[in-house]
Design a protein around this ligand. Structure first.
Ligand code: GDP
Ligand code: MG
Length: 445
């Protein structure tokens, strides 16, 4: 496992301070092998390693954790991010915001689990969201495919379109749409045929159905156990039909979860559900952090580093609180904040995380601030002297000019930084009034 692999590298990572490039690269060589062993597709592994290497080099090692543990956390976070991020649960929901009947179309290779997943999802929609669902099988290739769906529908307590022998997929789709409309169904699920391999006839059939049904969701069903092959499948379907999400089946098997990472990277679409067995209840919303843990297998270290980070945050917040109490929130503190923001994923990521900062945020938005601006502000503050940073009032017109030319910006940019500092000092006083430390903790992400 990755823990064994990284063990040796970790022992050699003894330095304090920032993570060094050669250390990071050595660790990444092991991560790379572990990902390949977890069946992640090679191009995806490459992309992932590049991203993580860049993120890790130079990152400060938290007090009380080892550099190796910190690398694990960085890798974990990147995995979670690449699998859909922390708000995976929100993305796992089907988008059914449309005039009913809303159409959900299932596509994928034969045996991937389309029919089973159709029934599982229909049952879920009925039971958890109270939706009235109709299912229709458009699989006219496989003998008894339509009967299979009818049987599952009976088990799930979900209606299926009556079977009429001899109809072609597009005809069945049209009939299903009519029935769903007439009988006021909320959702119509179309289970399509698959072949053993992606071929033109299959794609043509799918496109024809998609053209008449204009589905709100098109879910690609892939077998997690097929690992590398799953990528080829995803690649062939992407671009042919307007995919909106992925269902990953057989996650109950011994799949290491690598397919999940590949799927997300190749299709760019969220993985909405994971199939975890043959029974109709064996389906779960896809949870990125859980799958990241499965790929990495180092949940203990990850939560340990998270705890360490939380305690550092507390210490930082306390230190800042003391400064505030003394009326000493200076430009060095602002710079620290900006660097935190950049680390936390930029302005977009932190919007809404800052209590009492509405005014400052509005000011940011007004000045057209984006993440490059964070870097520019950092450059501006770096061009000031230590004295100026500690006492912004020193910055008269002449000094501002010097700072502007030193940072390759304009005096008006320097003014924006000073304005922001003022807004933030004001907001901080407000936070303090509102109850202090807790609010401040949030500022440090
Ligand atoms: P289709 O050809 O894509 O429609 O695939 P089916 O829905 O007929 O599924 C093929 C087989 O895979 C069936 O025996 C299913 O019970 C099984 N299957 C589907 N999803 C899962 C899953 O998540 N876990 C397990 N263990 N089996 C599954
Ligand atoms: Mg089927």
């Amino acid at each position: 496992s990755l823990s064994d692999r990284l063990g040796n590298v970790f022992d050699s990572l003894r330095g304090r301070g920032a993570l060094k490039e050669d250390e990071v690269r050595a660790a990444m060589r092991e991560v790379r092998i572990a990902l390949l062993e977890a069946d992640v597709a090679l191009p995806v592994v490459r992309r992932f390693i590049d991203k993580v290497t860049e993120a890790a080099i130079g990152q400060e090692v938290l007090r009380s954790v080892t550099p190796g543990q910190q690398v694990v956390k960085i890798v974990n976070d990147a995995l979670v991010e690449m699998l859909g991020g922390e708000d995976g649960a929100a993305q796992a929901k089907l988008d059914l915001e449309a005039k009913p009947p809303v159409i959900v179309m299932m596509v994928g290779l034969q045996g991937s689990g389309k029919t089973t997943s159709t029934a599982k999802i229909a049952k879920r929609l009925k039971e958890t969201e109270g939706k009235k669902v109709l299912m229709a099988s458009l699989d006219v290739n496989r003998p008894a495919a339509q009967e299979q769906l009818a049987v599952l529908g009976e088990q799930a307590g979900v209606a299926t379109l009556p079977i009429i022998a001899g109809q072609q997929p597009v005809e069945i789709a049209n009939r299903a749409m009519q029935a769903a409309k007439l009988q006021s169904f909320d959702v119509l699920m179309l289970d399509t045929a698959g072949r053993l391999h992606v071929d033109e006839a299959l794609m043509a059939e799918m496109k024809a159905v998609a053209a008449v049904a204009t589905p709100k969701e098109v879910l690609l069903v892939v077998d997690a156990l097929t690992g590398q092959d799953a990528v080829n499948v995803a690649q062939s379907f992407t671009g042919e039909v307007p995919l909106t999400g992925v269902v990953l089946t057989r996650m109950d098997g011994d799949a290491r979860g690598g397919a999940a990472l590949s799927m997300r990277a190749v299709t760019g679409k969220p993985i909405k559900f994971a199939g975890t067995g043959e029974k109709l209840d064996a389906i779960e919303p896809f949870v990125p952090s859980r799958v990241a843990n499965r790929i990495l297998g180092m949940g203990d270290i990850v939560s340990m580093v998270e705890k360490a980070a939380a305690s550092v945050k507390e210490e930082d917040a306390e230190r800042l609180a003391k400064k505030m109490a003394a009326g000493k929130f200076d430009l060095d503190d602002l710079r620290m904040q900006l660097q935190q923001m950049t680390k936390m994923g930029g302005l977009g990521a932190i919007a809404g995380m800052m209590p009492g900062m509405k005014k400052a945020k509005a000011a940011m938005a007004q000045s057209g601030m984006d993440d490059r601006v964070l870097l520019r502000m950092d450059a501006i503050i770096s061009s000031m002297t230590a004295k100026e940073r500690a006492n912004p009032a020193l910055l008269n017109a002449k000094r501002k000019k010097r700072v502007a030319s030193g940072s390759g910006t304009q005096v008006q940019d320097v003014n924006k930084v000073l304005k922001m500092h003022q807004e933030m000092s004001k907001a901080m006083k407000q936070i303090k009034k509102m109850g202090g430390l807790k609010g401040l903790g949030a500022l440090f992400g």
